[in-house]
Design a protein around this ligand. Structure first.
Ligand SMILES: Cc1ncc(COP(=O)(O)O)c(C=O)c1O
Length: 391
């Protein structure tokens, strides 16, 4: 029923081979090696009640289905569903809940996720408790008889706290709770939550999966048959689908995911090392540094440490001076593209999080976040060094 992605791959195919080929066959009409952009809203039917399995563009689109098969294989899931944005994907996951249900959420989850839960979904009699999910005893204490979902981001944005995915899955399942992991920050090259027991994985494909800062999208990858049935239904019923061109862009992006992530990780580590020895920089948050409190856990569940890091300059003034002085680092929201981005979480990505909550989760006014791109590392270090001279 769901498109089988294993077309020419053996069951032993390795990660980068899966990234390149899964979900894609040569186009049946021409043999085109790249899945075409099926930019069509409808499909001509051969006779009444007889068609090729494609009826209407919201329900089925070959480009989107190729991407869904590709990402599902990359994450080691059973089926994937692509949405118009990462937030639409998280919104679709939330439809698995019913009024009266309770969700435990990582306390420094992405600000937009907090806004969706707090400002929209609470109106539908859903309850959310925010805890530091790196402390599983606190997670267990937060569970109530109404808890149906544990929603985890790891590493968290932007202070890079890590949740033990294996232990979180065990705990959730002991309480008959689904474990959902937003894997946007790490990417599936770095970490595959389903292998640790997660029931659902979501991504803003806008970030590493697309990788080129030219598309907004989201994906949900599921393993449970009941979840797959429901998500397929909801994707069509609510209609927040990813369009064919964006699906094609993300498919192009995943072909180089492994290569890009190796460079993002190498640059992330080098920048974290540089910053941690600089006299004007306070705490540096990067799971690849031995000083990170969960470095050992990160080594166990991550393959490299990714391109995201944050560091504290002590004050808003210092952060402002640095952000105004960088030249190669682009001052911008978002992350995961090939070019390096720098941002100020307190006034940008986390502006919708109330100040007291920001303080509680370590998002100070002096905190600066970097999404390390794939430029030559010496150019990135030179740029940061000259900007720090002006702080
Ligand atoms: C971790 C995380 N999840 C979800 C989202 C939402 O994705 P989108 O912006 O594609 O809606 C973001 C966006 O920054 C994010 O960083």
């Amino acid at each position: 029923m769901y498109r089988n992605w294993i077309v020419k791959l053996t069951s032993r195919a390795r990660f980068s081979t899966i990234c390149l080929h899964a979900g894609q066959e040569p186009d049946p009409s021409t043999g085109a090696i790249i899945t075409p952009i099926y930019q069509t809203s409808t499909y001509v039917q051969e006779a009444l009640g007889r068609h090729k399995g494609f009826e209407y563009g919201r329900t089925q689109n070959p480009t989107r289905m190729a991407l869904e098969g590709n990402l599902s294989a990359i994450e080691g899931g059973k089926a994937g569903f692509a949405f118009a944005s990462g937030m639409a994907a998280i919104g679709a996951i939330a439809t698995l809940l019913k009024s009266g249900d309770h969700v435990v959420v990582s306390d420094n989850t992405y600000g937009g996720t907090f806004r969706l839960f707090d400002k929209v979904l609470r109106r539908y009699d859903l309850a959310f408790t925010y805890v530091d999910t790196s402390k599983l005893d606190e997670v267990e204490r937060a569970f109530t008889p109404a808890t149906r979902m544990l929603f985890v981001e790891t590493p968290t944005n932007p202070v890079m706290r890590i949740t033990d995915l294996h232990a979180a899955a065990d705990l959730a399942h002991r309480h008959d709770v689904r474990l959902v992991v937003d894997n946007t920050f790490a990417s599936p090259y770095i970490q595959r939550p389903i292998e640790f027991g997660a029931d659902l994985v979501t991504h803003s494909t806008t970030k590493y999966l697309n990788g080129h800062s030219d598309s907004v999208g989201g994906i949900v990858i599921a393993v449970r048959d009941d979840d797959i049935e429901w998500l397929k239904f909801v994707q069509n019923a609510e209609g927040a689908i990813l369009g064919p061109f964006d699906s094609w862009l993300v498919l192009r992006g995943t072909k180089t995911l492994a290569l890009r992530m190796q460079q993002h990780s190498a640059n992330g580590l080098a920048l974290a090392r540089f910053l941690s020895t600089h006299p004007k920089v306070g705490q540096v948050y990067y799971p690849g540094l031995p000083t990170h409190p969960q470095h050992e856990l990160a080594k166990r569940q991550m393959n490299g440490f990714g391109g995201m890091l944050a560091f504290d300059l002590g004050s808003l003034e210092a952060a402002r001076s640095l952000l105004n002085a960088v030249r190669l680092h682009a001052l911008a929201e978002s992350l995961g593209g090939v070019e390096t981005l720098i941002s100020h979480p307190a006034t940008m990505t986390h502006a919708s999080v109330p100040a007291d909550r920001r303080a509680a989760i370590g998002i100070t006014d002096g905190l600066v976040r970097i999404s390390a791109g794939i430029e030559d590392i010496d150019d990135l270090v030179d740029d940061l060094a000259q900007a720090l001279d002006r702080v």
